[in-house]
Write a protein that binds this ligand. Structure first.
Ligand code: TRP
Length: 77
């Protein structure tokens, strides 16, 4: 592993096309640094890193974290 394995992982599975997984920067300046588009069925495994302090998810997706499972988008579980 070349990266410092510091961060928690999120598993994000898109329920619909066009789910956006947006990384926000760490530090005093909080801004978007990356947006990844997932289509239905696609899975992204994303880590919090030295560059990423928050992850915003838009659209219908299932999200697994160490805190549990949640769905983003319209429908509650
Ligand atoms: N270069 C980014 C980083 O190391 C890549 C990244 C990690 C990312 N986690 C993310 C991008 C979550 C979007 C969402 O921080």
């Amino acid at each position: 592993m070349e990266n410092k394995p510091n961060g928690e992982y999120l598993v994000i599975k898109a329920i619909d096309d066009g789910v956006n997984v947006i990384g926000l920067t760490r530090g005093t300046d909080t801004r978007f640094h990356h947006s990844e588009k997932l289509d239905k069925g696609e899975v992204m495994i994303a880590q919090f890193t030295e560059h990423t302090s928050a992850i915003k998810i838009r659209g219908n997706a299932k999200i697994l974290t160490s805190y549990g499972e949640i769905k983003s988008g319209g429908s509650e579980d």
